[in-house]
Write a protein that binds this ligand. Structure first.
Ligand code: 5AD
Ligand code: SF4
Length: 462
């Protein structure tokens, strides 16, 4: 009998990937994914610890699930409740203390052991709260060696995790503590997984890692030396069927010459790069331990655009880092104006326990952060709008990966990650289709197939 598995994912693409792999690991045990926790046999919260309140969100969600679990048990059933991801890694013991009805707490490095943990949890009587299992080790055997091959979900697009952890130690960030030291998967493993995905119909692969361009490995063709991400991308591009390649998230200091050259040489590499800069002030960048200046970033953007003239950039920003003055913030605005971003995420600084910045002097008051955030988002929003409007009339290839709101409508992504919807294209799911962009809406675009074939098939006479 199939068992219902509900996985709720918070945070970054790495968690989206991890959730899919947890589902893969549990499939042989008879678990099949469902949307909601109602009546589920197992619920996993895959959590994020990057900013404050993430842990509190987990505890309030657990409070709700506790009732769901009790209901199931009153009816004679059983719900295994697991907390995974970075909150589990950072606060595992605290979770079991505050929520003793949780059965399993596992960190991002141990989910290949889930089947074993589920079997052990099932042997514990449901009425024994406090018997939860905790596995937040950093095991010596890399989990990737123990995971089954990924399955394609039919959308034509897939994440492929090539790197985990981070050695950069930006002073605001918990990742080096929750995800541990930088680890690069061997190139042959990555390429095998890419071939399996391509064989299953995947057209677009997004290589992911916390600091993905720190990836390095031994060239598969021998000859010694070390390969960076540029070398790996060239090999992925050589796989039959791969039409699009992306990678995220990158650190400016790890954009080496070969990776920049890959943007020039590899047509499948999409002309869109998420390259967080965080701040435009050299003083703040130094306090953040970012290892580059604002001008280094400007020069890098320039080099990338020489390599690939249609390349567009996206970024993350933090406002109100300890010690940030109005003048520092102005420098961030000036970098935004100089570089131009077509999309960005911006956050108020949030002190994370155990990180150096949390102990720094000059914490910025909340109202100041709120005002700076609003100013920054206004400018970023205008840049995004301008870019979207400039796309009207252009023909962009769109990979359809979701149904739209209306019958016959599909939504996909342009090369620049903009969501684009089109009508009368239902048969093109999972394909890359050239669309003439008709309209720029606040957060998306709409288009019609450039060849006009589908519109005709949809009943529009010539
Ligand atoms: N406070 C605010 N934003 C943060 N980020 C990471 N840590 C913090 C923090 N302590 C942001 C950074 C990063 C993104 C994933 O989250 O901008 O690039
Ligand atoms: Fe965190 Fe990214 Fe800095 Fe690593 S490079 S410490 S993941 S912000």
């Amino acid at each position: 009998m199939t068992k219902k598995l509900c996985i709720k994912t918070y945070g970054c693409q790495m968690n989206v990937y991890d959730s899919a792999r947890m589902a893969d690991v549990l499939a042989p045990l008879g678990y099949a994914p469902v949307d909601g926790p109602e009546d589920a046999d197992m619920v996993i919260l895959n959590t994020c610890h990057i900013r404050e309140k993430a842990a509190e969100k987990v505890f309030s969600e657990l409070g709700r699930l506790r009732h769901e679990k009790a209901r199931k048990e009153e009816a004679g059933g059983r719900m295994v409740l697991a907390v995974a991801g970075c909150v589990a890694q950072a606060e595992g013991a605290e979770i079991l203390r505050r929520a003793p009805y949780v059965d399993i707490v596992l960190g991002p490095h141990t989910y290949h052991r889930l089947p074993e943990m589920v079997a052990r949890a099932a042997r514990v009587a449901p009425s024994r709260p406090g018997a939860g299992l905790l596995d937040t080790e950093f095991p010596v055997e890399p989990k990737f060696d123990h995971l089954p091959s990924p399955s394609s979900d039919g959308t034509g697009s897939a994440f492929l995790s090539i790197q985990e952890g981070c050695d950069k130690f930006c002073t605001f960030c918990v990742v080096p503590y929750t995800r541990g030291a930088e680890y690069s998967r061997p190139p042959s493993d990555v390429l095998d997984e890419a071939r399996i995905l391509a064989g299953g119909g995947v057209r677009e692969i997004t290589l992911i890692g916390q600091n993905v361009n720190a990836w390095h490995g031994e060239p598969t063709k021998g000859g010694g030396g070390d390969w960076g991400l540029g070398g790996l991308i060239r090999e992925v591009a050589a796989i039959e069927g791969i039409e699009r390649i992306r990678y995220t998230t990158s650190h400016p200091a790890d954009m080496d010459e070969d990776l920049i050259a890959a943007h020039r040489d590899v047509p499948q590499l999409m002309p869109f790069l998420h390259l967080p800069v965080q701040s435009g002030s050299d003083r703040i960048l130094a306090a953040m331990n970012r290892r580059h200046t604002a001008d280094d970033y400007r020069a890098l953007a320039e080099k990338l655009r020489i390599a690939r003239p249609d390349l567009a950039l996206s970024s993350d920003f933090i406002v109100g880092f300890p010690g940030e003055t109005d003048a520092d913030f102005e420098e961030t605005l000036s970098l935004v104006r100089d570089v131009g971003f077509i999309q960005a995420y911006s956050f108020k600084y949030s002190p994370r326990p155990g990180t150096p910045a949390a102990m720094m002097e000059g914490q910025v008051p909340e109202p100041v952060m709120a005002e700076r955030l609003a100013t920054l988002q206004e400018i970023l929003g205008r840049q995004q709008d301008a870019f979207n409007r400039a796309c009207v009339g252009r023909v962009l290839p769109v990979l359809f990966d979701r149904p739209g709101r209306h019958p016959g409508q599909l939504v996909g992504r342009s090369p620049y990650m903009q969501p684009v919807h089109a009508d009368g294209v239902a048969s093109r799911y999972g394909e890359v289709v050239d669309l003439k962009i008709a309209e720029a809406l606040p957060n998306s675009l709409s288009g019609v197939p450039a060849d006009g074939a589908e519109a005709a098939a949809g009943g529009v006479s010539a």
